[in-house]
Design a binder for this molecule. Structure first.
Ligand SMILES: C[S@@+](CC[C@H](N)C(=O)[O-])C[C@H]1O[C@@H](n2cnc3c(N)ncnc32)[C@H](O)[C@@H]1O
Length: 207
């Protein structure tokens, strides 16, 4: 993995995504739809992993999705999930690093990302790339969370059943709202906000 050197057991993460986090993806997809209001055009998911958020959002919108991830192993899982969901005409994988997105400027209506921003080494560059590909009228919704509070609690209870010593993992690379604001400022993205609420911390950009 390039970027911040965080070791992730891909198969283990995918098992958790399927067996524990599954309800969170539907909740976050609803949150994205409500917050951005974008339901048509091109959606880019940065650090898509197995594509569970995209599959949930595809069921609520008419968008075409690019699932970008730097891990081929994750994208292999995404490809399997796309075929299982019969969404191969709308969901496409893209092997790339967020710090260098292989898409034209102003070609994307909606950028989404969940649980990936913590790993991006150069957030100024990553935010700049996301803003570059956004179309006028487009929006980005990037962050981390598990959806509505009751779903988060449901997931917490499940995790504690699996491991009684489990606690929300802290990211050790200095991520906080102020760091995100600073990176957005350095990337000259004034059309942006960072909010921490009961559904997690989310960065929004608009053009
Ligand atoms: C914790 S997983 C989250 C996956 C998915 N978004 C989800 O919520 O299930 C983080 C993902 O971000 C990807 N990732 C990390 N840094 C990246 C980068 N610089 N560019 C693209 N993908 C990246 C990882 O490969 C991994 O698939």
């Amino acid at each position: 993995m390039t970027g911040v050197d965080v070791k992730m057991d891909v198969q283990q993460f995918d098992r958790m995504a399927r067996e524990v986090f599954a309800p969170a993806y539907v909740s976050i997809a609803e949150q994205i739809k409500e917050k951005t209001g974008i339901t048509q055009g091109i959606c880019l998911d940065v650090g898509s992993g197995g594509g569970y958020l995209d599959i949930a959002l595809a069921g609520m919108t008419d968008m075409v999705f690019f699932l970008l991830d730097q891990s081929n192993e994750m994208l292999d899982i995404a490809k399997r999930n796309i075929l299982e969901s019969h969404l191969e005409k709308r969901l496409f994988t893209l092997h790339a690093d967020v710090q260098s997105i292989p898409l034209d400027r102003e070609s994307v209506d909606l950028v989404i990302s969940r649980g990936s921003v913590f790993f991006w080494e150069n957030k100024i560059r990553a935010f700049g790339e996301i803003y570059r590909v956004l179309r006028p009228g487009g929006r980005a919704y990037i962050g981390g969370g598990l959806g509505r509070p009751e779903i988060r609690e449901q997931i917490r209870a499940k995790m504690l059943q699996i491991d009684k010593n489990w606690s929300w993992r802290r990211n050790g690379n200095g991520d906080n709202q102020e760091n995100y604001r600073e990176a957005l400022k350095k990337a000259c993205i004034t059309n942006s906000s960072v909010t921490k609420g009961e559904v997690g911390t989310w960065i929004e950009m608009w053009k």
